[in-house]
Design a protein around this ligand. Structure first.
Ligand code: NZQ
Ligand code: ZN
Length: 390
């Protein structure tokens, strides 16, 4: 394990098909005014909204509605949410939805008592909050981002064509509690389910494909990847398989709650490319990642050959007899591609609406990270994006 590190995670998780009952346990810890944050209406259709409202009312809470959080929440919506919270002196921000609602709640949380412009402070300058935070709770309905147990918050600014994620160092930004009921994810359209599955896989890859040292985090990552691949195939055939959906939900949380990044370096270049694509297209997050992943990994494979070989053998069970390291490593990525196609993920940028004339802008919008096997040049980003087009 490299370096010195601290590990703390303040989020209390309630998991399982009866986990919403624990909302009663949490509510008395907060004041009366609750800002109920949700998306475009899925929770009203599937009945989760009614259940949550009933519990809030029974707990004597005053509800301040904040619906309409869009996938890839915008800076304009953030300003709106901050106003609702300020005007009503809210004591708890309760996000009922996916990563977008949860990320948005965290962005509101750090902005309510802050006099500076939140976009400038948190997403341009990457500063930490210096004001009092409004606590966040989450009832998760879409699996993938890990936002339910981390301090990440991604906001999109269409005016500047930027989609920026701030992973706050301050662990108080993490939700105080998250309720994870796998059955709440059953109503997700298949496209969202598989996008979430790939988001999880990508989070693990981003932390795995970096460094050559021997560390426990990479072994945990391999276990999570194997469980995810296995359960994804079952969930694809039968979306109501509780065992598979609950495994996927738990894997998502552990894939991005800081655990598997401990004691090692990490990459995050696929996410930087995907977010830049998102800023231009507003496409589904997981699909932006799937569209750029294989060209990126095939490009950096020679620089991280031993890790790609290990990935092939440990995660995909590639046979090694009479094969070169490169051949084994490439077969690992081929196996990954086969699985991605089985899931029906977006395999190129064209299908997400990207055209040649956007490549330059997307390249400019891509933040270059230095933790992976190769620090990309601008020319290499253009090459990878161009290869991802078809
Ligand atoms: O808005 P509603 O009507 O609720 O519909 C949503 C939305 O259209 C729908 N949905 C959610 N739960 C459902 C459901 N539909 C039917 N039944 C249910 N149970 O699914 C759609 C997508 O929801 P969204 O919350 O946008 O998806 P996701 O969880 O993938 O979140 C995406 C956002 O999280 C950011 C992404 O960039 C993106 O902005 N990320 C956050 C991260 C973090 N906090 O650490 C890391 C990730 O890498 C990611 O960047
Ligand atoms: Zn992601």
């Amino acid at each position: 394990m490299l370096g010195n590190f601290e590990f703390a995670n303040k989020t209390k998780l309630y998991f399982g098909e009866d986990s919403l009952n624990y909302l009663n346990t949490e509510l008395p810890k907060y004041g009366k005014n609750v800002q109920l944050i949700y998306g475009g209406g899925s929770i009203k259709k599937n009945g989760i909204y009614d259940k949550v409202v009933e519990i809030l009312k029974a707990g004597g809470k005053e509800i301040f509605e904040d619906g309409g959080v869009m996938p890839n929440p915008t800076v304009e919506k953030l300003y709106e949410g901050v106003e609702i919270a300020r005007k009503n002196h809210v004591d708890l921000l309760l996000a009922v939805g996916g990563g977008s609602c949860c990320d948005y709640a965290k962005a509101v949380s750090v902005s309510v008592n802050c006099s500076e412009d939140p976009w400038e402070k948190y997403y341009v300058k990457f500063e930490e909050p210096s004001c009092e935070l409004v606590p966040v709770g989450c009832v998760l309905t879409m699996v993938g981002t890990g936002s339910e147990m981390n301090a990440g918050s991604v906001i999109t600014n269409h005016a500047t064509k930027q989609k920026i994620g701030h992973v706050f160092a301050d662990e108080n930004v993490m939700p105080r509690f998250s309720i994870l009921n796998p059955k709440f994810t059953y109503t997700l359209p298949e496209r969202q389910m598989v996008a979430g599955i790939y988001d999880i896989f990508s989070h693990i890859c981003e932390q795995y494909f970096s460094g050559e040292d021997d560390n426990t985090s990479d072994y945990i990552a391999e276990g999570l990847m194997k469980s995810l691949i296995h359960s994804s195939r079952i969930a694809l055939k039968n979306p109501q398989d509780y065992e598979a959906r609950s495994n996927i939900m738990w894997t998502a949380t552990w894939a991005l709650n800081t655990l598997i990044a401990k004691g090692k370096t990490t990459d995050w270049m696929v996410h930087m490319l995907g977010q830049a694509v998102g800023a231009y297209t507003d496409a589904t997050h997981g699909m932006t990642l799937s569209a750029v992943s294989l060209p990126y990994y095939r490009h950096i494979l020679p620089y991280g050959l031993q890790k790609f070989k290990r990935f092939a053998v440990e995660v995909w069970g590639v046979e090694t007899v009479n094969k070169s390291d490169e051949q084994i490593a490439l077969e690992g990525l081929d196996a990954m591609e086969g699985w991605m196609r089985e899931l029906g993920l977006a395999m190129n940028l064209r299908e997400l609406g990207v055209t040649e004339d956007m490549i330059e802008g997307i390249t400019q919008s891509t933040l270059i990270m230095n933790g992976g096997y190769k620090v990309l040049t601008t020319e290499e980003i253009v090459t990878i994006l161009t290869q991802s087009l078809e």
